[in-house]
Write a protein that binds this ligand. Sequence first.
Ligand SMILES: Cc1cc2nc3c(=O)[nH]c(=O)nc-3n(C[C@H](O)[C@H](O)[C@H](O)COP(=O)(O)OP(=O)(O)OC[C@H]3O[C@@H](n4cnc5c(N)ncnc54)[C@H](O)[C@@H]3O)c2cc1C
Ligand SMILES: Cc1cc2nc3c(=O)[nH]c(=O)nc-3n(C[C@H](O)[C@H](O)[C@H](O)COP(=O)(O)O)c2cc1C
Length: 923
Amino acid sequence: VGQPPPHAHCTSIVNIIMRAMWRSGEGGTLGSISGVPVWAKCCAIACGAPLVAYALLKNGVFSGSHLHPNDFDRFLVCEGEHPTGLPPPSAVKKKKKKSRSKGWWNWGLTKVAQQERGKVSGPFETFLKVEEPEHEDDSEEEEEDHRDPVDFNSFLKAAIPSSAGASQASQRRAQQQAGPAPPPGPKPDQARVLVMYGTEFGFSKEIAEKLCAKLRDAGKYWPVLEDMAEHPGGYDFGHEQALLIACSTQGDGVPPTEPRDFCEWLMAGKAGALSHLNFSVCALGDKSYQHYCRCGKLLDAALASAGATCITPRQDVNKEDWAAVNAWMDAAVAGLNKLELQPVGEEAAAALSGGAAAHAEPKAKRWGKSRPYPARVITVEPLCNVANKNDKVTVRVEVDVGIASGLGNYTPGDALGIYAPNSTEVVEELLGVMGVDGKEPVPVPSWHYTEDPDEEGAAGSPQGTTMPVREALHKCYDLRVPKAELFHALWAALPEGAQQKAEGAGQGSGNLEARASSGDEGAQAAVLAQLLAGGAAALDTYFDYTGRHVSDVLRTFPSARISLSQLLGALRALQPRLYSISSSPLEGAGRVQATIAEVRYEALGKPRAGVASAHVSSCLKPGDRVRVYIHKNPDFRLPQDPSTPIIMVGPGTGLAPFRAFILHRLLGGSADDSSTDGGESHVSGSNASSAALSGGSDTSSSANGSTANGINGNSAHTGGAPANGHAHHGANGSTANGVVNGVASVAANGSRDHGAPSGQGNGQYKGVGQMVLFFGCRRRDQDYLYGRDLDAWAASGAITLFNAFSREQDAKVYVQDRLRAQADLVWDLIHEQGAHFYVCGDASSMAGAVEKELLAIFAARLAAPGTTTAATTTPSKKAAKKKAAAAAKQAGEAACFDGAAAAQRYLEGLSTSGRYQRDVWYT
Ligand SMILES: Cc1cc2nc3c(=O)[nH]c(=O)nc-3n(C[C@H](O)[C@H](O)[C@H](O)COP(=O)(O)OP(=O)(O)OC[C@H]3O[C@@H](n4cnc5c(N)ncnc54)[C@H](O)[C@@H]3O)c2cc1C
Ligand SMILES: Cc1cc2nc3c(=O)[nH]c(=O)nc-3n(C[C@H](O)[C@H](O)[C@H](O)COP(=O)(O)O)c2cc1C
């Protein structure tokens, strides 16, 4: 109020409030806003600004900056450059903060550090600010903000409509379903640029949105943002001139789940000739994966081969390397600038601006990642025998997803997505470091999944558009690895003069970080400067190898006080975790099971736990609700023909999907029947086959027995699996019978007729191809997951089992060693019998080691020279000479034969034909 209000709406609304205050005797001079005393202005702002801001939001005043009233996170990404695109720390001038009067922990309308560097994404208070129109008085210094702080809490309280309960919730649901407001229509002289993204976790979307903001800022472009997932059947590029793509790679080098159909459509050349199109691709990935940025590479190649013109080379981005992303965005804009793109034109602009304003009717969402199902926990059961703190802890969790949800209708190979909250300790730790009590209301970020308050079992659903910060930290934010933005905010928040001390600080004695945490400002500046200068790689190292959490970071820089809103703006979305489903849909109606290894470690002297694995194993109990969805995994499927042999390599929790595969086959299921048919019919069929398979065996006594031992933990529910009538009793006996040397187990019936596809040893599994499982763990008596089932299946001939108990003997033995020992069997099954080969589990070492072994097996066999018959008669001189020449030729060929290359080609062939499939992950 002490300066011309930044926006006309703002002016008039503030005026109304001020006048109203004056009329009620609280104001100052009659009719003159400028004459109002300072104390009254403060008062007016404190009481009125919340309403003003709310009114502005409600009235769509921010539409010029394309903000949705409830779209805090979109604001964070849209409103300017990414902070990592800012000048390096040395170039960032620290400016005076004039209005920080309420302390760093408050939601004050402070002049935030980012604003000093120009327009940037940032905290919520910036969201409330209105951009100054060009015609307004711009004489004031950029860093000055004459507005007085307001209490954001009261704003939010005032902002929430008074109608309570269901109407608030439905309002919020409608907002969630409607999504953010559509972008504005084009100006006639702007050129349309299509920006498409394909994402799994949101990074590509964030890039695409920033790119759109950049294009809008450039003035001459009208960016149109499209999610590939919305175009599963393809997209008509006929009228497009320029296409910029950001797309990640998922799984084992495949497109992200939802955009997959679109990607495959484009990769298959179905877009037709695109010689009129200019394009560039930003390929997101992670170098630790074997198929680095493969999806982006394939999209790039597909566009090029359709005749489109590349305006700047594809940028492959390792993890969240913003420097690379920003470089690509700059190059893409520069590339566009060189083109002579057709402007939209008057007519189209007029038509589009009308259409753009239209809101689509909100559609009811299906259960899925953005609307996870509140499943009821049936059981959480230990699968390991834990005697000391270093022992592995793995649990079997089973949830009820009901029949109506349709989620029980998954396909073996799919994963269960679990939304788990951050632990209370981690949340309280962060609240403590920030010095807030946790009740402060904060906006519900739009990435937060839909919580229907009226759905069965939903508890603690946010009402309206805010939630207490404690709840937000529990459910919405990743409290482990923040965005790089946090470090920029901390740098900017260092006290006056601290940044200048950075250079000298390195000279001091003692560990720089320890000195930083104990308050040495120079050391804090030095550590921050190092991290910022090192870019993405430095931050990767900073987090990856230490297990550091956000609260640890804040403790390292006690002098850099950032506000809660700045903190939230620098946190990532808490992601659901995936768990390979370890049950068959034929096992039980509407039930899904996962096998989860608890992640626990010590970091910076503190015990730490994995968010989801620890939540499931330590917090969930029967009857609780947990939010889940089914993550389809079309690249990990049983062969269509149930008689095709399969080889499965799955140590540790890598066993999970193979338990599902085995059970599914034994229960008579095929590769994808559950996804194509209605689930219920299968379910009833499954119960019948389950009963037939269990043959009336006393499964529950077996389960009890195993639980009593404290290992394996096969519940009564899983007991239907073993194939002969005495399955679990057989299991007990199988230790003597079928398990050889306590190390490698083979089917109880010993040698098998590998050639007979229906032959699972004892003839009970007609039509079921041979199933060979390589399993590995530490010790039989510690972490032999589902050991009784495995032994029982091996004993009955259902599977051929090779165990690698790594710690039961001096020399470590792993699944790849077992594989090597079974090279002939593996080759025979793959080469002669068309087996499919599957690997699941740890991507960091196991998957690579197994592949290496497999390649060695292939190389040896592909390189083997044909057998030569030894000569029985004395050859003539001429014949001897000829034979010697032939032998020399053969030896030469053998020497030239590149076994490794042939093996690689062979493996690629298997992979292309879907016979080599991997479901691997990094923990
Ligand atoms: C397709 C797919 C299927 C999967 N299936 C399964 C499955 O069937 N069973 C299963 O258990 N998991 C499975 N996972 C892994 C699972 O999704 C989670 O990644 C895993 O449970 C860890 O999640 P969390 O929330 O418990 O741990 P997080 O909170 O994500 O913590 C893990 C992080 O902690 C840090 N960390 C861990 N150990 C240390 C250490 N010693 N020192 C420092 N930092 C450390 C690392 O940064 C690590 O990334 C699967 C993953 C994928 C992608
Ligand atoms: C389960 C999983 C599998 C992945 N597979 C690959 C891969 O095969 N190749 C690759 O380059 N990156 C892979 N990545 C890394 C992602 O592409 C990377 O994290 C990317 O930044 C995600 O972008 P998004 O959020 O837009 O999906 C994988 C990530 C996960 C979690």
